[in-house]
Design a protein around this ligand. Structure first.
Ligand code: 5AD
Ligand code: SF4
Length: 479
């Protein structure tokens, strides 16, 4: 099949950070009516990998497709449009995508009308995109994280041209407000506040795949949140690769603390935000979090390592001492705070002593939750060029040791919850036990309890009577 290359990714362009102001573009839906007529009554299937930014992107994709009458299906065999919304942050996420395309490609041979599309972070990497195009002749649409607003046009072209359509442009940074979004949850919503990342941690592919930091306008974020409150949403999570950078690219004189405060004032029962880079977490933010009861006392604050040489090699812009001082300030000013983190083990040439520093940092910070990762080299990032003398086995032994150390503290926090009553926003029937319902506390702890369908989407009081490290068992408290 012939290729129609509308735009290809370019790592150098993706890494450029010109000091231009963010460009706000109106959404223009070319080929909307044409595609609508073509796909009437047909079905689409989307599978998303990775972070909340991808989950939110899926909601935008669904919103656009639902808006023209495309019908969602969980069965790819029924679909005339299959979209794999991919994640590139670690190699195993990428491997899964390759595996799934392998499983789906036969469908394309059976149905010439099928559009098999790959979008998201994986295709933003030139080498991986080329490898995919070499291996999978069946995929007929590739589009990047910046091309979501062109969805109608791209699907139409892929469907009607008989060519492989490639539209992955490494853009410096635009914000397009797209109205329709089909939210995946009726009570909890994600709201983007800032796209992209300018931190360029040396191990991380995100600044290349998601581009320059660019904030949505203050008023646009507030309007979206106001609407969610009016629709009865119970929880909003403000999203960004680094929410603390919000507003720096705008001339509105507002920062993330201002935004957090204004959203809190709208009266949403629960307000969360993620992710925060420790480097620009301001004292003003700490004050705002402490001040508003509806801002959840839960902060995700990735530390990545507890050793200063490694932190420097990672380009993290803070020292162990600065991180711990920030944690101390947070814990003092925000009573009942639960702190979660991300940690990478096995960064190139991390010594035993350097890893030990991560363990002692865990002991000092006493995290309530954590995500742990083994370092995965990402082509095009500075760290991937480092020669690494640490073997796989050492890394996996360290990984186990880290998980054990984290669990010691998480378990202590969980045990201390027993006997106390917590507010829980009820998600639905528990995944492990059909007789139980589950939801999360303000501090983001998973709780299972006996309940009924009428409680779903409500905030209820649950008394904890059993602790299982990562989840709790409790019972409803009347009234
Ligand atoms: N290898 C392992 N973990 C990574 N992360 C980001 N890039 C990599 C990588 N190359 C982790 C970081 C980040 C989280 C979202 O993913 O801990 O905070
Ligand atoms: Fe990646 Fe660092 Fe940006 Fe987080 S802050 S997305 S780890 S570059």
């Amino acid at each position: 099949m012939k290729k129609r290359i509308i735009a290809s990714p370019d790592m150098r362009k993706a890494a450029s950070r010109r000091k231009e102001a963010t460009i706000f573009k109106p959404a223009s839906f070319d080929k909307k009516e044409a595609l609508e007529a073509l796909v009437k009554g047909e079905k689409y299937y989307i599978h998303t990998y990775g972070c909340q930014a991808n989950v939110r992107d899926e909601e935008t994709l669904r919103g656009l497709l639902d808006d023209i009458g495309y019908i969602s299906t969980n069965n790819p065999k029924e679909a005339t449009l299959i979209i794999l919304n991919t994640c590139a942050v670690r190699e195993n996420a990428e491997d899964k995508v390759f595996g799934e395309i392998g499983n789906l490609k036969a469908l394309r041979r059976q149905n010439k009308n099928l559009v098999l599309a790959i979008c998201g972070c994986v295709v933003e990497q030139p080498e991986i995109l080329n490898r995919m195009m070499d291996i999978f002749k069946e995929v007929n649409l590739y589009f990047g994280t910046h091309e979501i607003p062109q969805l109608y046009e791209l699907v139409y072209e892929a469907r009607t041209s008989g060519e492989i359509v490639v539209a992955v442009e490494s853009k410096p940074g635009e914000v397009v407000e797209i109205k329709p979004a089909s939210r995946s949850n009726q009570y909890k919503a994600f709201v983007n506040v800032i796209y992209g990342c300018d931190k360029f941690c040396t191990y991380c592919i995100v600044p290349y795949t998601r581009g320059k930091e660019r904030s949505r306008l203050f008023g646009d974020v507030l309007n979206e949140c106001r609407q969610l409150v009016a629709q009865g949403y119970q929880e909003i999570t403000l999203l960004g690769q680094n929410v603390n950078a919000y507003g720096k690219d705008l001339n509105e004189g507002k920062d993330f603390a201002d935004l957090l405060e204004e959203v809190a004032k709208l009266g949403i029962p629960r307000l969360r935000f993620t992710t925060s880079h420790p480097w620009d977490f301001s004292s003003k933010m700490i004050e705002i979090i402490a001040k508003y009861p509806n801002i959840m006392k839960f902060i995700h604050l990735p530390v990545q390592s507890g050793n200063n040489r490694i932190l420097k090699a990672m380009g993290r812009r803070y020292t162990r001492e600065q991180y711990l001082a920030l944690v101390k300030q947070m814990r003092e000013k925000i009573p009942g705070l639960a702190l979660s983190t991300d940690i990478i083990v096995g960064f190139p040439n991390e010594s035993d002593e350097e890893f030990e520093d991560t363990l002692t940092l865990v002991d000092e910070a006493k995290f309530e939750a954590a995500f742990t990762f083994i370092y995965s080299p990402r082509k095009g990032t500075p760290a991937a060029k480092l020669e690494d003398h640490i073997g796989k086995e050492t890394k996996s032994t360290r990984f186990q040791a880290l998980v054990k150390r984290l669990e010691k503290h998480i378990e202590a926090h969980s045990d201390a919850m027993v006997g106390q009553v917590f507010d829980v926003l009820v998600d639905g029937v528990s995944k492990n036990d059909p007789n139980m319902y589950s939801g999360y506390t303000d501090e983001n702890k998973l709780v299972h309890f006996r309940g009924d369908e009428s409680l779903v989407g409500k905030i209820v009081k649950v008394k904890i009577h059993e602790s299982h490290t990562y989840s709790m068992i409790g019972e409803l408290v009347n009234g």
